[in-house]
Design a protein around this ligand. Sequence first.
Ligand code: 9UX
Length: 72
Amino acid sequence: DRGGQSFEVAGMTCEHCVMSVTEELSALDGVEAVSVDLRPGAASTVVVTATRALTGAEVEAAVEDAGYTLAR
Ligand code: 9UX
């Protein structure tokens, strides 16, 4: 397993949030798997496994489409 790219996403507090973010990220070209470690009240870790390198900008756009933001 080659792992995946990891991002911190702020504002997710429930499993519905997880589903929204997973759906948006899964729609990106080449994405094979999305894994979320939900930590309500803090930035959650999202690991995206894809067949290509994802850009920060496209991941940020997908996360924002779902209604959340990347943590800085
Ligand atoms: Mo989850 Mo609901 O974080 O508005 S709380 S979708």
